[in-house]
Design a protein around this ligand. Structure first.
Ligand code: SAM
Length: 303
């Protein structure tokens, strides 16, 4: 596979590089904003699960242009610095990371919390959906500590079997909860984004980091009436924008000659780095599969 084939297969990947975004995800946030005007009046924001940093780039550009913008970005992985973005490296499901984030907003709450977090996908759908839900709830827990009343929370969600439970939980805290699918998010992916506006926790609610919101000890009696909430589904991004499930020719509509653009910011310390180094040195252990072995060896192995 040549280095240009991904440009051809994934138009948003290519456009991200050409526009200086660190990842194609930037378009998801931009298309969500087209529909929901997420950045209007926002001066303080938190970007959870932020690496490599394209959402932080969007936030710092949009908020930075509105005066004294303030963005805090958090990820498990190290992230190359960005102007105007304060970075914390940590796990958002850990108490210590949550406390570190919260202390930046004491006395001066945030207008917007976004979370594009994704666990390492295992391929076991139930496990992946559960992990994703846990990440979203960790993000919501942090949001309940830092958001100002009326604030907004946007988080990646997997539209799996139990997604309605998550919607119900979000509806406890926000006056409006919608499920949005930007054009740049592939139809083939169960990913979507919960867009929660109007932060309005139940009366008497005291944020408590020691009690994760999915904990069954949490009192869900506040959910009067049908607990299953049907959340409206909205697609966003102009219909004329590129379809993320299609391949496009390398010379797009303006007819100019295609030139390969390298990634804006290669990952600075990716988790697969060690495997790549070992592979280059020919020291990466290979799985022995029976079809790779001569009969005699297979016999020996199975004896
Ligand atoms: N929004 C980012 C951007 O535009 O560049 C892309 C985010 S990427 C899809 C998902 C990120 O979630 C990864 O960088 C991963 O390290 C992070 N992540 C997953 N689990 C996490 C956790 N428990 N705490 C912090 N970050 C986490």
């Amino acid at each position: 596979m040549g280095r240009t084939s991904k440009d051809k297969r994934d138009v948003y990947y290519r456009l991200a590089k050409e526009n200086g975004w660190r990842a194609r995800s930037a378009f998801k946030l931009l298309q969500l904003d087209e529909e929901f005007h997420l950045f209007q009046g926002v001066t303080r924001a938190v970007d959870l699960c932020a690496a490599p940093g394209s959402w932080s780039q969007v936030l710092s550009q949009k908020i930075g242009s509105q005066g004294s913008g303030h963005v805090v970005a958090v990820d498990l992985q190290a992230m190359a610095p960005l102007p105007g973005v304060l970075q914390i490296q940590g796990d958002i499901t850990q108490l210590s990371t949550a406390k570190e984030i919260i202390q930046h907003f004491e006395g001066c709450p945030a207008d917007l919390v976004v979370c594009d977090g994704a666990p390492d996908v295992t391929g076991l759908h139930d496990v992946d959906e559960y992990m994703q839900a846990q990440l979203l709830l960790a993000a919501l827990n942090i949001a309940t500590h830092v958001l100002k009343p009326g604030g907004c929370f946007v988080a990646k969600i997997f539209r799996g079997r139990d997604v309605t439970l998550l919607y119900s939980q979000l509806r406890v805290f926000f006056s409006s909860v919608l499920c949005a699918k930007p054009r740049s998010s592939r139809n083939s992916s169960i990913e979507a984004f919960a867009v929660c506006q109007g932060y309005d926790p139940p009366e008497g609610f005291m944020p408590d980091l020691t009690k994760p919101l999915l904990d069954h000890s949490y009192d869900f009696n506040q959910l009067d009436g049908p607990t299953r909430i049907i959340v409206p589904f909205v697609t966003c991004g102009d219909l004329s924008s590129y379809d993320s499930d299609r391949s496009y020719p390398l010379d797009l509509e303006d007819g100019s000659e295609y030139k390969y653009t390298p990634p804006t910011q290669p990952p600075i310390s990716p988790p697969y780095q060690e495997a790549c180094t070992l592979k280059k040195k020919g020291r990466l252990a290979k799985e022995i599969r029976s079809q790779d072995c001569p009969i005699s060896k297979v016999d020996k192995l199975t004896q």
